[in-house]
Ligand binder design. Sequence first.
Ligand code: GLU
Length: 420
Amino acid sequence: MKSNIYNSLVFEMACRQFDRAADILDMDTTLRERVKMPKRCLAVSCPIRMDDGSVIVYEGFRVQHHLSMGPTKGGLRFHPKVDLGEVAALSMWMSWKCALAGLPYGGAKGGISVDPYALSHSELERLARRYMQEMIPFVGPNVDIMAPDVGTNEQVMAWMMDTYSSYVGSNATAVVTGKPVSLGGSEGRKEATGFGVAYFAKSYLEDFGIKPSNATAVIQGFGNVGSEAAKALVNFGVKVIGISDVSGAYHNPKGIDVDQAIRYVAKNRTLEGWKGGERISNEALLELKCDILAPCALERVINETNAAKLQCRILAEGANGPTTNQADAVLTENDEIHVIPDIICNSGGVIVSYFEWVQDLQSTFWTREEVLNRLCKLLDRSKLELEAQRKKLNCSRREAALTLGIHRVAEAKRIRGLFP
Ligand code: GLU
């Protein structure tokens, strides 16, 4: 089925991944489209009064992929290139990611086409609140739970929670996750995604007989996920030799002072002007020889032009959808490179979001140590299941991850039946 609603390269890419997994699973044709197509979406206009008195209307979206296993769950992205097709693809990946991790959620994703850094603090607040207000009939602690993604953060989640709570007349902390700890957020949530990426990378390094203290890493994207992954890798003893963000890419074979880079970005917003490494091109960064390459920004950065040039041992996908279908085919043929696919590699974020939601619903809070212990247990379980599936089906890690997640969603739909 070709969609008349969702129309983008990223959506096509997610559909192709699904079709491949459904073929491997030999999925019944009566189930395929039901499992694949997003269940529902809402597109809204968000008019905002700017500080100079003018009014600008921003487009916002939310896609809920399936409603068969619980409320829907997923981040909210503020980026100029956001469109409905991209958000739909991201919602599909959230479904497979949640099912793979064993979380009782369907996938969702939201977005606004805006450059959040071009807005003042108060303009950003008005936009976030207006978006949530438009979404009120569509979300809720038992309906759809938002979280941070590219371009959003704890502050945006606090405004979302406050706007929704004002509407229902009581504190509804569980309507969003990734909140500040002081407002019902969870210890460990901020670092969870990046920590999980580093945890998996380290675990696979060890499987391949490489000591973390002898290993090097390159991180593409130095936002929340990339910077936390870099920090955790350094804690595991890995040397980070390359980082990049919107300002460009930086290389330092002696090892980057990650804490100093994080402090620089906190002060200057980007790495522009940073002196901790030599400036290189974004392409050269991805092609550096290293043990771990972690794309931690946007989709489709590993593509048919660079896939054959990668020189890493492990491709740890911190971003959602960083590898195109064509690049994936190239990497599958390359025995030297091991891909830790996005829907498992970056699942630490939504796992700790789930912990945050559980803590909010029970009004009982766990220590950082408890959160990280529970997180590691779930990550270990996912990895064991992934490797077992890979052996059983004799397939790539991406196919193993997708088939595991997709099969669970398909089973839920099959057993619930088609109503009426
Ligand atoms: N935006 C993150 C992701 O893509 C987190 C989602 C969440 O915590 O709900 O996995």
